[in-house]
Design a protein around this ligand. Structure first.
Ligand SMILES: [Zn+2]
Length: 307
C-alpha cells in the first residue's frame, strides 16, 4: 500500500514538474516514463486520414495479397478502411491515464485551437478544475494501491497515448442551478472494447452516487472529444486505448456539487471500481491482440456558416 502511494505521488509530482518546465512540447512527454507511442503503429506526425492510409493501409494490402498468393483465401481489408498495427505491449503492470479536465489548458499547443479558451465551469466559488483534479488524484491513489501504473494527465495528453484505459474527468454546468445528473461518452473508429468499458464505468458510478444518467445531455462535443480524435488531433489517445469521457455531475447543482466536493472519497471509489472491473474483464492479451481495421475518415464537408 505504502509503496503504491509513493509511486503515485512521484507520478503526480513529475507531471507537475514537467508542466512547470520550459521545455517545448515535443520534448515534454518524453522525459517522463510514458509509453512509447510509436509502438502503437501510428506514424508520428501523421495527422490526416490520408497520411495514415498512405502509411499503413495501402502497403498492408499489397503485402497481404503477396503473402497470401496461392495460399488459400486472400485476406484483404475492405476498401475504404485503414489498418493500424497492434502495439507490442509487454507484460508489466496495467496502465491507466486519468485526465483532469481543463488542467493546464493554458499550456495547450495552438493545434488544440478553441480548447485553449475552455477553462471549465464554476459555481458558488467552486471550480470544475479543482473537482476534476481532486478526483483524478483520488482515483489514481486507489488504482495505484491495486498495483496499477497511473498517469494524471492535463489538457495536452501525450501524442498517441497508449494505456489499458483512459478516463477524462469533467463536471458540467447549466448556468441556472437546475440540471442534475452524470453522463459519459466514447467515440467511434476506435478499439471495440470501449462500449464495454463505458458500460462498467457508468454502472458503477451511477450505483455509487445515486445520480441519474443524463442521456439527453450527451453532446456532440462529448462524442467527438478531442482527446479521442486520433485521426485529426495529435494529442489524442491511441485508438487502441479504451477511452471514455465522464461528466461526473453538475457543478451548478447543489446536490451534485455536494457529492463531488464533500463525498469525493465515495465518488472516486465508484470510478475506480468501474476501471478495475474493466481491467479484470479484458486482460492485456485480449486488449491488444489484433490490428485494428477501421473505416477511413469520411471526407470533411465544408462547415456550415451559422446564421
Ligand atoms: Zn469540463
Amino acid at each position: 500500500m505504502g509503496g503504491g502511494r509513493r509511486r503515485f505521488l512521484r507520478l503526480t509530482g513529475s507531471a507537475a514538474a514537467l508542466a512547470l518546465g520550459s521545455a517545448g512540447l515535443s520534448g515534454l512527454w518524453h522525459r517522463g516514463s510514458l509509453p512509447d507511442v510509436s509502438a502503437a503503429g501510428i506514424v508520428p506526425g501523421a495527422t490526416t486520414p490520408h497520411d495514415l492510409f498512405a502509411a499503413t493501409g495501402a502497403d498492408d494490402q499489397v503485402l497481404m495479397r503477396e503473402a497470401s498468393a496461392g495460399a488459400g483465401p486472400v485476406a484483404v481489408d475492405p476498401p475504404g478502411s485503414i489498418r493500424i498495427r497492434r502495439p507490442q505491449m509487454g507484460a508489466g503492470p496495467r496502465r491507466v491515464g486519468l485526465q483532469a479536465g481543463h488542467w493546464l489548458t493554458q499550456q495547450a499547443p495552438p493545434e488544440l485551437g478553441r480548447i485553449i479558451t475552455q477553462t471549465g465551469t464554476s459555481w458558488g466559488g467552486i471550480t470544475e478544475l479543482s473537482i476534476n483534479l481532486d478526483m483524478a488524484e483520488r482515483v489514481g491513489g486507489i488504482l495505484t494501491a491495486h498495483g496499477i501504473e497511473v498517469d494524471i494527465l492535463p489538457t495536452t495528453i501525450p501524442q498517441g497515448y497508449l494505456a489499458d484505459a483512459f478516463v477524462s474527468l469533467h463536471g458540467d454546468g447549466d448556468g441556472r442551478g437546475v440540471k442534475s445528473g452524470f453522463k459519459a461518452a466514447h467515440s467511434t473508429r476506435r478499439t471495440p472494447f470501449e462500449p464495454r468499458f463505458m458500460e462498467l464505468l457508468v454502472n458503477e458510478y451511477g450505483h455509487t452516487t445515486g445520480l441519474d444518467y443524463d442521456q439527453d445531455g450527451v453532446t456532440r462535443n462529448m462524442l467527438n472529444y478531442y482527446a479521442h480524435a486520433w485521426s485529426r488531433v495529435r494529442y489524442a489517445t491511441s485508438p487502441f486505448t479504451p477511452s471514455v469521457i465522464l461528466e461526473m455531475g453538475f457543478v451548478s447543482h447543489d446536490w451534485d456539487r455536494h457529492l463531488m466536493v464533500d463525498r469525493a472519497d465515495l465518488l472516486s471509489e465508484g470510478i475506480a471500481r468501474g476501471i478495475l472491473q474493466f481491467l479484470d474483464d479484458v486482460p492485456r492479451s485480449k486488449l491488444f491482440s489484433s490490428d485494428l481495421v477501421l473505416p477511413a475518415a469520411p471526407p470533411r464537408l465544408p462547415f456550415p456558416t451559422p446564421r
